[in-house]
Design a binder for this molecule. Sequence first.
Ligand SMILES: [Zn+2]
Length: 301
Amino acid sequence: MQGFNKYYPPDYDPEKHKSLNSYRGKHALGDRARKLDQGILITRFELPFNIWCGTCNNHIGMGVRYNAEKKKVGSYYSTPIYSFRCKCHLCDGWFEIQTDPKNTRYVVVSGARQKNEEWDPEENGGFAVHDTAGSGAPSDPLAALEKSTEAQNHLTKVQVPRIQQLQSTSDHYNEDPYSASLRVRKRFRAEKKIDQAKQIIDKQLKGKYALPEELQLLEDDAKARDEAHSEWIRGRADYKAQTSNKRQRLTAPAVSASSSSRLHKLASTDKNPAVSSLKDRILGNTSRRSALPGLANLKPP
Ligand SMILES: [Zn+2]
């Protein structure tokens, strides 16, 4: 009996026995694995179609289940082909069904007959289903010959020259990998040195003028200098134009100056009477207070 429960007997040694199954000398799959040494595993298999048993000639319906002996019998590319060997439940005859990965279906191999119930659209007024892969060589011998000569021509005129070209290119690049690498590394090293020197100069410049680190400085070449020069000339011309405009406005007609002075005069004349009257009143008040000190003190309450 397979060890379903977790009772560990007193003489069970985990170091020695590893698991309860090995302690009892049983496979984890139990009785289903009794033919494992022959590559057979007992599985439950359901008939995928109707069959007639080859021994007792009884009809067996689709969906009847058997304890089948499952075995790998081959492979289609990397997909294994399994065979299921079942014992008829009405007699003691055996029949075998295999998977067919190429056509994604099951086929009866021996011991039974499959009831053909495949739907054929052509028979039922529909369009025929064509095999897109084609069925081998064309039946016309002349067409076959033409096809083979075409293939031959393609091989000699296109494929072979292309392969030769690729081969020679590959040989050219790989004839002396050490010197090629040396050449490339030498050039790279020189470029790197120049680059590093430039970076140092840029860094110093940025430090001097407190420029942000991420600012990209231009290459110091003739083109950049020309551009900067023309920009400078343009800026200078703008500045000159602006300053001359300002100067013109400042030294412009005396009319404006006179008008402004007249305005000032007007303001002062307007102001004067009010100021003088205020002054008179203040002076009058102070004189009255000084004349009548007693009255002035009594008034406020
Ligand atoms: Zn049978």
